[in-house]
Design a protein around this ligand. Structure first.
Ligand SMILES: Cc1cc2nc3c(=O)[nH]c(=O)nc-3n(C[C@H](O)[C@H](O)[C@H](O)COP(=O)(O)O)c2cc1C
Length: 186
């Protein structure tokens, strides 16, 4: 069974991008694609980064839990809101904690905004960071403009047919890389 983690990085009160995380979790379950869980950075509440996990003398249980879940994931979907043309500090804070966990890990990006550009400017920096850390950045993007109108608070899309069609193409691309990695020699 394929295992996918969805990282929901917004820690903002009244956050909206988490709706997209809920949608993708529901989509993967509905389509029986595999096991899926949301890694909610608001829930993890990591302190401001001061050292990589592997060099910490007393890592918190939350950090160890996050590391384990990423390590065990076959692929990761990152839901990123766009903040001033980039991605949120909470996300970089979590990425930098880990290193080997990311190696060759297929990672696909969903960008979110409340305007009409769908957070598209945040993706370049994020792809570069994941290239640098040795992950496999899946060359596909999923833009969510007008997030407040696109999903309700439970992640139910306003236009389910269109959203599901787009999500299918996006997730299929991630699955291709997941399978390629599974088939590849160690
Ligand atoms: C600090 C900050 C900066 C933002 N900068 C941008 C931006 O550069 N481009 C954009 O389209 N939306 C921007 N927005 C609007 C966000 O896309 C919108 O608030 C979205 O809901 C953020 O996700 P969140 O609600 O999960 O935090 C910004 C929002 C915040 C809080």
């Amino acid at each position: 069974m394929i295992k996918i983690s969805i990282i929901s990085p917004s820690v903002r009160k009244g956050r909206l991008s988490h709706r997209a995380a809920l949608y993708f979790r529901n989509f993967i379950l509905e389509k029986n694609i595999g096991d899926v869980e949301i890694l909610d950075l608001a829930h993890y509440n990591f302190p401001l980064f001061d050292e990589r996990l592997r060099r910490q003398e007393n890592p918190t249980p939350a950090m160890i839990d996050f590391s384990d879940r990423i390590r065990k994931s076959d692929g990761v979907i990152i839901i990123t809101p766009e903040y001033n043309g980039g991605y949120p500090a909470s996300l970089k804070n979590a990425i930098d904690l880990l290193y080997s966990e990311w190696q060759k890990k297929p990672v696909a990006f969903v960008t979110v905004s409340d305007g009409n550009f769908g957070g598209t400017q945040s993706i370049t920096a994020l792809q570069f960071v994941f290239w640098k850390i040795g992950a496999t950045s899946v060359p596909v993007s999923f833009l969510v403009p007008y997030v407040d109108k696109s999903f309700d608070a439970d992640g139910v899309p306003a236009d389910k047919q269109t959203m599901d069609k787009r999500a299918e193409a996006f997730v299929n691309e991630l699955l291709w890389y997941i399978r390629a990695k599974k088939d590849a020699p160690e």
